[in-house]
Structures are given as C-alpha cells and as structure tokens.
Design a protein around this ligand. Structure first.
Ligand SMILES: Cc1cc2nc3c(=O)[nH]c(=O)nc-3n(C[C@H](O)[C@H](O)[C@H](O)COP(=O)(O)OP(=O)(O)OC[C@H]3O[C@@H](n4cnc5c(N)ncnc54)[C@H](O)[C@@H]3O)c2cc1C
Length: 399
C-alpha cells in the first residue's frame, strides 16, 4: 500500500528485501491463496520460493549461513507475507522462533549442528508448549522428562503444534524435577529431532494427524504424543549443564518475539482487508453513487486506515525495542493486543462493505474473516496480554 504502514528509518537493504517479498506476495501468493486454502493444500511451491529467497535463514547469523537480519526486518517480511496469506507466515514463524531460541540460548554444539541446516530450510522448526489441558497456564503442563543416567525419557501429550508434521526439530517444553523451589525452575525445553511427516516420526514420538481448523489452512497444526522418547541430556536447549531447568524462561523469551510476529500478521491481514474494501467501495454502486461516496462508508475506510497506522507503529516499536537488546514484554503485549483486536475489527468492516458478496467463497474477504480470530488466541490471548501489560505497568508505577 502506497500510503499506509510505512516504516521510517529503514536501510537500503531492508527496503530491497521488503520490495522482493512484496512482489513475491503479489505474484506467487495472492493469486493462489484462495484455491490452496479452500483445498487445505500445503503450499509446496510457495515454500520452495521462500527457501530460494533465503527467508528461512533471514534472522540466522551470517556465520551460520543466514542473512543476519533483525527482528524488525523479519516482522515487516511477515506483514508482507500475511498480506498475501496468513498461512505462509505461519510456515516460517515457528521456524523463526526455534532459530531464535537456538541462537540465543543454544549450546555451541546445538548452534553448529542446527543453525546452518535451519538457514537453508532443510531443517524446519516447530514450537510446543500447549497441551490438551492447558495453553494460557503454561506452568500447568503435565508432560515430563525423567532422568535416566545420561539421558532423559519424555512422556506426555502436546497439542496445537503449528508445522508439527513438516518440521524436523520441535522445541518442546516439559516438566523436569530439578529441585528448584519455583515451578518455573522445574521446566526444560528439549530440542527433539524427528523425521518430517505423520505417524511415529522418531522412536516414541508420534504426530497423529492434522487438526481440522476453521481457517489458517494449508499449514498443518497437530498433536504430538511422547511415549518413552529417550534423548541425551545434551538435547536440553542450552545443553545438559546450562539448559536443564531453564525451559520456561527460554520459551517466554521466544514468545516475546512471537508476539511481535503475530502483531505483524495482524497488520498484514488488516492491510489486505483495507485494500479489498477500498477497491470494492469505489466500484460498487448503490443509490446512484459508488459506495465510497456515502459518508458512512468513507468514514469506515478512515477508521480502518487509522487502526492500521496505529497497529503498525506499535508493532515496529516493539520490534525495535527487542532489537536494541531490551526486554519488550509490555510493548510486545501491547502491540499484539492492539493489532489483533484492530485486525478483527478492520476485517469485519471490510466484510460489511462487501455486502452479500463478502459471504461468497469467491471473495478473499471470507478467508480473512476466518483467519483474523486466530490472532486473538495464538501466542497468548488478549486476556493474557492484558495480564502481562498490567503486571509490567504496576511494577513500573508502584505506589
Ligand atoms: C491454530 C492454532 C495454532 C497453534 N499453534 C501453537 C503452537 O505452534 N505451539 C503451541 O505451543 N501452541 C499453539 N497454539 C495454542 C495456543 O497458544 C493456545 O490455544 C492459547 O495460548 C490459548 O490457550 P487455550 O486454548 O488452552 O485456552 P485457555 O487457556 O483454556 O483459555 C480459554 C479462555 O479463557 C481465558 N483465560 C484463561 N486464563 C485466564 C485468566 N487468568 N484471566 C482471564 N481470562 C483467562 C483465555 O483468554 C481464553 O479466552 C495454537 C492454537 C491454535 C488455535
């Protein structure tokens, strides 16, 4: 979009990357998204294209074969991809979080072993905290790992793994008894390597099948059953010494960048919903004038554009803060909260502007109507964002 969601202060390299991704979205994603989404078909050609552009290694350091770009570049790329189709950003996102976790918290051996293969997209990452019995309340997970000599043996059931099947490494949070007083010190993230696909993809590790969803199709979301999965203690993120008992804190760090990504997705979907609405409103005639000439409709467009600007600004701010090395829990929470709530509203308004045609599967807006609600839930619901924001503010403004 020429005017909305501009980002001041980008380098020439960032601008070049974004231009390439935008062109890719226009030519390779948007024309195919409706068909692939309705068929719930894995977008293999689009994934190949992303691999060729180096997107799987976008934020991985150059020494490991990546492009070494910032969280901001990544978030703006996600915005462009989601403008094309949210599922495409879903394919890179858990991969990006796992690459971030390994880069930030991995042992030297884990970095050398995983990052070069992740940078090419040969190894793709999934991220698993949620379980059938809990999502928001992460500390209530029941899957566990018991020590057995130099190994750990994992048992339990995980839920909602985006990229659960096509990934080859799953960052998996489980309980471990470390003797820590706090429940948060008794959790460990293991890097579980497996074959891509469904069924028993590593000894004791089963990906049963994909969960049927109302939207966000094309990218698979799965369960994962752990039945006596044996891994060396060195599979703990950070290694046997440093990693055991650090899992909760590592995952929360990963989730902060994940929240910026969800905010960016929300911006991308909102931009697309706006583009569709502003186009339709100038074509469709009612009562002798294009819809856009009716002030009630023009004002909707004004509100939609304003919401997009606000969400984009907050998202960029949260990304830049994290890139500066600061914690951004409150700012990422605010960006995620505002962008996802505004996205639901902007998409709904675009849908209304489309009248009856918005309800037809021939029009893109019906897909966006099924995608936007996920952003209110994924990477922590709006209620959880408000909990994080209020906790941070009360700490800062202690009476
Ligand atoms: C398509 C999809 C993909 C996903 N991908 C992944 C993934 O890749 N990896 C992963 O680990 N997880 C993933 N998830 C899980 C997602 O993170 C959880 O669904 C989300 O965190 C919410 O958890 P829940 O579903 O258990 O809801 P619950 O925690 O049961 O919450 C239900 C409702 O109660 C509210 N609520 C809960 N506690 C409170 C409270 N204290 N105060 C006020 N309100 C509260 C919530 O906001 C929500 O509205 C995915 C989910 C979906 C739908």
């Amino acid at each position: 979009m020429a005017r909305l969601a501009q980002t001041p202060g980008l380098t020439d390299e960032q601008r070049a990357i974004l231009e390439t991704v935008r062109e890719f979205a226009d030519k390779e994603i948007i024309p195919h998204a409706q068909h692939l989404e309705h068929a719930d078909e894995y977008p293999a050609d689009i994934v190949d294209g992303m691999r060729d552009m180096g997107l799987f290694g976008l934020t991985i350091a150059e020494e490991y074969g990546g492009l070494g770009e910032s969280l901001l570049t990544y978030a703006l790329v996600v915005e462009e991809l989601s403008r094309g189709w949210m599922s495409i950003s879903g394919i890179v996102n858990t991969h990006f979080i796992v690459a971030y976790l390994v880069s930030q918290h991995g042992s030297p051996e884990q970095k050398v072993s995983l990052l070069p293969r992740m940078a090419t997209g040969e190894v793709r990452g999934a991220f698993s905290m949620s379980e059938p019995g809990c999502g928001s309340d992460v500390a209530a997970i029941r899957s566990r790992a018991e020590r057995d000599g130099d190994d750990f043996v994992l048992n339990g059931q995980k839920m909602w793994l985006t990229n659960g099947a096509y990934s080859s490494v799953v960052a998996t949070l489980v309980k471990t008894e470390t003797g820590a007083e706090s429940v948060y010190g008794n959790m460990t993230t293991f890097l579980l390597e497996k074959e891509p696909g469904f069924g028993e993809t590593a000894p004791g590790l089963t990906i049963p099948g994909k969960i049927e969803k109302m939207g966000y199709k094309g990218v698979e979301t799965t369960e994962m059953v752990l039945d006596g999965v044996r891994v060396p203690a060195s599979a703990a993120l950070g290694g046997a010494e440093a990693g055991v008992g650090r899992g909760f804190y590592q995952m929360m760090d990963g989730i902060e960048v994940g929240r910026v990504n969800v905010a960016a997705r929300a911006c991308g979907i909102s931009i697309r919903a706006f583009e569709l609405a502003v186009g339709y409103a100038q074509q469709r005639q009612t009562f002798g004038a294009p819809l856009a000439k009716h002030q009630a409709i023009a004002f909707k467009l004004a509100e939609m554009g304003t919401k997009i600007e606000a969400a984009h600004a907050l998202m960029v701010n949260a990304a830049r803060l994290k890139d500066s090395g600061a914690r951004n829990d409150v700012e990422a929470g605010m960006a995620k909260l505002l962008a996802s709530e505004y996205c639901a509203e902007v998409v709904q308004e675009s849908f209304r502007i489309h009248g009856g045609y918005g309800y037809s599967k021939e029009y893109e807006i019906e897909r966006l109507m099924r995608e936007a609600p996920f952003l209110l839930i994924g990477e922590g619901t709006s209620e959880i964002q408000k909990t994080i924001i209020s906790r941070g503010l009360l700490k800062e403004y202690r009476a």
